[in-house]
Every structure is written in C-alpha cells, then in structure tokens.
Design a protein around this ligand. Structure first.
Ligand SMILES: Cc1cc2nc3c(=O)[nH]c(=O)nc-3n(C[C@H](O)[C@H](O)[C@H](O)COP(=O)(O)OP(=O)(O)OC[C@H]3O[C@@H](n4cnc5c(N)ncnc54)[C@H](O)[C@@H]3O)c2cc1C
Ligand SMILES: *[C@@H]1O[C@H](CO)[C@@H](O)[C@H](O)[C@H]1NC(C)=O
Ligand SMILES: *[C@@H]1O[C@H](CO)[C@@H](O)[C@H](O)[C@H]1NC(C)=O
Ligand SMILES: *[C@@H]1O[C@H](CO)[C@@H](O)[C@H](O)[C@H]1NC(C)=O
Ligand SMILES: *[C@@H]1O[C@H](CO)[C@@H](O)[C@H](O)[C@H]1NC(C)=O
Ligand SMILES: *[C@@H]1O[C@H](CO)[C@@H](O)[C@H](O)[C@H]1NC(C)=O
Ligand SMILES: *[C@@H]1O[C@H](CO)[C@@H](O)[C@H](O)[C@H]1NC(C)=O
Ligand SMILES: *[C@@H]1O[C@H](CO)[C@@H](O)[C@H](O)[C@H]1NC(C)=O
Ligand SMILES: *[C@@H]1O[C@H](CO)[C@@H](O)[C@H](O)[C@H]1NC(C)=O
Ligand SMILES: *[C@@H]1O[C@H](CO)[C@@H](O)[C@H](O)[C@H]1NC(C)=O
Length: 504
C-alpha cells in the first residue's frame, strides 16, 4: 500500500464554509485520534490512502459543485472488494463516518452533513467484462460512463448509461438513471441483473431479483451499501448513427416555442416518438443576444443522418435565429449537448452548482414565460453572480421507462415526461449569496410547480438541491415510504449511508 503524506494520528479537519440550510445544528465534530497506518497495513498492495494535507488528498476531494461539500480526514482508494470490507470494518471499529465517492458530480446539499471520516474513492475498481453470451456486462463499482460506453461500442454492444461522459455509471443508476437509450430499454437501473455490495456492518452480499433490497437499489440505492461490482443487461448496437438539429430562438418566443413542444406529442397523455429526444437549454450568451438569454432547442434523432422534417418543421415555422444540423454517431451526443470530457461540466471549476429540479408531464407556456422573466433578470442583472446559469429542459423518450410498472422499482416518476431544472452556477462569496441562490432556485421551481397542476413536488433525487423531502425524492405514496423505511431499518439501522438524500 502507498501512504501519501502520513501524519501520525492525523485528525485535522480543515475548517470550511458549510452551507446546509436543512440542518439544525452543525456541530464541530471532535474526532478521535486514528492511526490510518493500521488501516493501510490491512489493505491490498495497490490500495492507496491519502491523508488530509497531501496534494493527492486535495485533488481527490475536489468536486464538481463547491457547495455543502462532504469533509473527510482521509481518502481510501480500494483496489479489491475485500479492501472495502476492511475499510468499512475499520471505520466501524473507530466510529468513523464514511462516504463512497465515484465521479464526484453528486451535489445534493445533504452531503455537507459529513464533517469528518473516510471517503472511499472507487476509481480503482474500473474493470469491465462482457459475458461470453453477449447478454450482460459486469463492471467494477468505480466505472465512469464513457469507459463503459466505449468498451461496449468496441464489441458492437450498448446499454443505458447516463449521458455525461465524466459521471460514474453507478451514481446516476442508483437514483434511477436517465440516458439516451431509456426510450428503448428503460432507465439505467432497469438494466440491473445483480450486484455485490458491502453493507454498513461490513458484510459482503450479492443482491438480485430474489431480494427485496434489489427493488430499493433501483432508485433509492445510495442509502444501503457500497456496490463493489454489478452486472447489467446489454444490447446489440442497432442504430449507430444520430442526427441533431440545433434551433436557436430569441427569448421573446418562449411561449410559442413551448406551445409547439407541447402540441405535437405531450398533450393527451401522449409521449414523444421513441427515436426522438429533445432538450432545450436557456443561457445568457451576449454574442447572440445582449439583452436576454437565448433558447437553444436540440432535436436529437436516432438512426438517421438528418433530423426528420416532421420534427423540425413546426419549429422552423417559428423562424428561429438559426438552425444548425449535426450528423454523427451515438458517441457524439455528449459533445453535441456540452457534456463531454472536455466540456465545462466535466471540469472542477470551484463554482457552486446547485440545481432545483422538478419533473413535469408537459409544458405550461404561461409558467414558462414567468420563469423566463425571472431567469432573464437573474442572468442579466447588473453585476449578477448568476450570468453563467443554465436552465435545462430534458425531454427524453419514455417508452422503455413506461414499459415497467409504476411499482417495479423504487424510482417513483415513470409517469412524468420532462426533467426540468435551473442550474444556478456561481462563484461562492459567503452564505448570504448562498441564500440568494437557494431562494431564487426555489422561487423558479415553485412557479413551475404551481403551473403544473400537480399536488406533489416530484424531483429527481440525483439533481436535487437538498432541501426537498424524502417524499419529493422517492415518491409521496405511503407504501413507497413505508417500504423504503423498513428496508433502511433492516440494512442500515444506524443511518451510515444517509449522507446522500436519506430515506429517513
Ligand atoms: C454534468 C452532469 C451530468 C449529469 N448527467 C446525468 C445523466 O445523464 N443521467 C442521470 O441520471 N444523472 C445525471 N447527472 C446526475 C448524476 O446522476 C448525479 O450527479 C450523481 O450523483 C453523480 O454520480 P457520481 O458518481 O459522479 O458522483 P459522486 O458524488 O461520486 O457520487 C454520488 C453518490 O453516489 C453514491 N455512489 C456512487 N458510487 C457508488 C458505489 N459504487 N456504491 C454505492 N454508492 C455509490 C454515493 O452515495 C455518492 O455520494 C448528471 C450530473 C451532472 C453534474
Ligand atoms: C501507527 O501504527 C503503526 C503500525 O501499527 C505504528 O508503526 C506506528 O507507530 C503508529 N503510530 C502512532 C503514532 O501510534
Ligand atoms: C476511463 O476513461 C478515462 C477518461 O477517458 C481514462 O483516463 C481512463 O484511463 C479510463 N479507464 C479505463 C480503466 O479504461
Ligand atoms: C421536442 O420537439 C418536438 C417537435 O419536434 C415536440 O413535439 C416535443 O414536444 C418536444 N419535446 C420537448 C421535451 O421539448
Ligand atoms: C413524416 O411523417 C409521414 C407521415 O407519418 C411519413 O410518411 C414520413 O415518412 C415522415 N418523414 C420522415 C422524413 O420521417
Ligand atoms: C470553495 O468555496 C470556498 C468557500 O467559499 C472557497 O473558500 C474555496 O476557495 C472554493 N474552492 C475552490 C476550489 O474554488
Ligand atoms: C436584480 O437586481 C435588482 C436590483 O439590483 C434586485 O432587486 C433583484 O432582486 C435582482 N433580481 C434577481 C432575480 O436577481
Ligand atoms: C463578495 O461580497 C462582498 C460583500 O459581502 C462584496 O463586497 C464583494 O464585492 C463580493 N465579491 C464578489 C467577487 O462578488
Ligand atoms: C399554467 O400556469 C398558470 C400560472 O401558474 C396557471 O394559472 C394555469 O392554471 C396553468 N395552466 C394549466 C393548464 O395548468
Ligand atoms: C449485517 O447486516 C445484515 C443486514 O442487516 C445482516 O443480515 C447480517 O447478519 C449482519 N452481519 C453481521 C456480521 O452482523
């Protein structure tokens, strides 16, 4: 094992600016003196242990969003399943909190409740093995999305993964998992076949459809254990080519644009065609419009080199500022939508990146216009800190998702069609500004909620800000909450896996 910058009995927690509005008392945690050499000695020869104060530690704990971040004393990089068992048992012997980290894009503010302990960084568990029958792939618990996509592509296969290249495979999957192929096959977690996981007490178990816990891992999976490896269904590559049309609209047309978006498919309970995905982003780009944010509408079609006129014509009829075709393969989608390895969302900029998500069934054009005005004000106000904010409207095809019954897994929102969220990127400057961001984000979300006619706030746990409730993350039905609470009591009675959107 390699021990970076070992400080004997190190237990120094760097003071940080913790912003966690949902927490009543944040206590200065008094950490006992722990000798991590004794942990390192029990680990495999390629495991690594980084102590607070080392460069390796600093770089390992850097996250995508610098708001309400978890604080650890040590980062362990296990290289075997047994290393994880050993680390969890060591943590338990010393009453230390621990947290699994992977693609470090988790941003829910509940993570800030971790104020000391061990980060278990999964990056060394990166194996990818396609079964000889070509039906499944078994991957290590630290695999990053792009690695899996590329490895499968190389053998003519694919499966549902998150869309962003630098996010882990499992982070999205544990909350359900949205991806380009969900219209064909369902959510990322709908593909799970089995998983090996280490429970809070250090037991290593295999979970599959014969276990009640398997249901919970598909939507509320951050709450129960550390997945060391898992097996997913895979599919033959059928439609390798893709086309995208990017239509830029002036913000003046916000109502007309979303009227068209609704009219075609989202009314009367209909959904979008299985071969079409459309996303739109709003952002302030003074080179296109100095006054107000633009609306970028992306129509992404599978299996073609040009997006069908049937899809583009209704939008072209609105006279967009510009219309730009792209043609390529499945592998180009991340770059086209700004979430490839070299895109901004894959860099650690030090910015705070809170999102305020809501699932919707269709667009309410009145509400769209109201939130546009707020977003315009926020992004263009004199000396605003939010000029780099991005408003995301994700309309994936849903056929695969809706082919599973509503109670099939812990993911609660198969009935909804659109994943909508403002991402209020800003450079931190004290908790007063954090409050402004939180108020603004919630205000925008409240308008969308009121316009939705829904009676419950439905949010995607993996985009959540952190001030929502378990019923907003996991569904408001009593049976869901009861079922999840019972499993939590069985498998994590002390709440050791409760830093990320805790069930209870
Ligand atoms: C730019 C960007 C793009 C995104 N794109 C998508 C998308 O296309 N689809 C989608 O569904 N979501 C997407 N998300 C949201 C994403 O699902 C969450 O941000 C998720 O938490 C990221 O996982 P991570 O491993 O990168 O982050 P981390 O912060 O490392 O992990 C998040 C949490 O996941 C748990 N976890 C991770 N690995 C394991 C493991 N092996 N065992 C047990 N627990 C584990 C831990 O609780 C951890 O706190 C995106 C987010 C961003 C910022
Ligand atoms: C920590 O443990 C190692 C290995 O057991 C031991 O050699 C070392 O002296 C210990 N350090 C302290 C400060 O106790
Ligand atoms: C996974 O992808 C990253 C980024 O492209 C790369 O640096 C890394 O080597 C890959 N890991 C494996 C195991 O292929
Ligand atoms: C996507 O565009 C089509 C029109 O081509 C529209 O019918 C559909 O509602 C749009 N969906 C979203 C989510 O914007
Ligand atoms: C457009 O829709 C019509 C009617 O459904 C269909 O016949 C035609 O093939 C479609 N065109 C394209 C380019 O998909
Ligand atoms: C994260 O935010 C804190 C608190 O505002 C700040 O001190 C720190 O420099 C930021 N980190 C980075 C990497 O920018
Ligand atoms: C914009 O600025 C004005 C005054 O400078 C302020 O009152 C208002 O709250 C700001 N609006 C937003 C949305 O930031
Ligand atoms: C940070 O906030 C202070 C007031 O609290 C303000 O004077 C200063 O200009 C702000 N800095 C930036 C970079 O916005
Ligand atoms: C749309 O939103 C507005 C504003 O909240 C609301 O008054 C209206 O009833 C909503 N329309 C529908 C069809 O729900
Ligand atoms: C660990 O927890 C699991 C789930 O609660 C339980 O079945 C198992 O017996 C426990 N193992 C030990 C060694 O206590």
């Amino acid at each position: 094992m390699k021990l970076a910058a070992l400080v004997a009995g190190a237990a120094v927690v760097a003071a940080r600016d913790v912003y966690a509005p949902h927490l009543r008392d944040i206590e200065e945690c008094q950490v006992e003196s722990v000798n991590y050499t004794q942990l390192a000695e029990q680990l495999s020869s390629t495991a690594q242990v980084y102590l607070s104060g080392s460069d390796a530690f600093d770089s390992a704990v850097m996250r995508w969003s610098n708001l309400s971040t978890p604080v650890a004393n040590v980062v362990v990089l296990p290289s075997t399943e047994q290393d994880i068992v050993t680390t969890v048992k060591f943590a338990n012997q010393h009453s230390l909190p621990f947290l699994t980290t992977n693609g470090v894009h988790g941003s829910i503010s509940t993570l800030g409740q971790m104020t000391s302990g061990i980060e278990i960084h999964m990056s060394q568990l990166s194996s990818i093995t396609v079964a000889s029958d070509g039906q499944t792939v078994t991957i290590g618990g630290g695999v990053i999305s792009k690695n899996l996509t590329d490895a499968l592509w190389a053998v003519g296969k694919q499966t549902v993964t998150g869309t962003c290249e630098c996010v882990s495979y499992l982070g999205p999957a544990l909350g359900g998992g949205h991806g380009w192929l969900q219209g064909r096959h369902g959510l990322v977690s709908d593909q799970f076949v089995s998983m090996n996981m280490v429970l809070a007490n250090g037991s290593l178990i295999t979970v599959d459809e014969t276990s009640e816990l398997f249901w919970a891992m598909k939507g509320a999976g951050h709450n129960f254990g550390i997945i060391t490896s898992m097996t997913s269904k895979i599919y033959d590559l059928e439609h390798s080519n893709y086309a995208m049309e990017t239509l830029m609209f002036s913000g003046d047309q916000v109502e007309a644009v979303y009227q068209v978006a609704n009219e075609q498919w989202l009314i009367n309970g209909a959904t979008m065609p299985v071969d079409l995905i459309n996303w739109s982003y709003w952002y302030y780009d003074p080179t296109t419009d100095a006054e107000k944010p633009v609306i970028a509408m992306y129509l992404i079609q599978e299996g073609v080199d040009t997006v069908s006129e049937n899809y583009t014509n209704p939008f072209l009829a609105l006279n967009p500022l510009s219309s730009t075709p792209s043609s390529g393969t499945y592998l180009d989608l991340a770059a086209w939508t700004g979430i490839a390895l070299d895109s901004t969302p894959c860099q650690k900029t030090g910015n705070a990146n809170p999102r305020f998500p809501i699932y919707l069934k269709s667009y309410n054009t009145t509400a769209q216009a109201l939130v546009y005005d707020l977003f315009k004000e926020a992004t263009t106000n004199a000396s605003t800190p939010f000029s780099n904010a991005l408003f995301m409207f994700e309309g994936y095809s849903q056929q695969g998702v809706k082919s599973f019954s509503d109670d099939a897994t812990a993911f609660a929102y198969r009935e909804d069609n659109l994943l909508v969220a403002p991402l209020l990127t800003y450079a931190r400057n004290g908790t007063a500004l954090d409050e402004v961001a939180s108020k603004l984000g919630n205000q925008i979300r409240q308008i969308l909620y009121e316009g939705s006619g829904e009676t419950t706030l439905n949010t995607y746990v993996n985009y959540a800000f952190g001030d929502e409730t378990p019923s907003a993350w996991y569904g408001s039905e009593e049976w869901r909450q009861d079922r999840l609470r019972a499993l939590k009591e069985d498998f994590d009675p002390k709440g050791q896996f409760s830093f990320y959107a805790p069930i209870a």
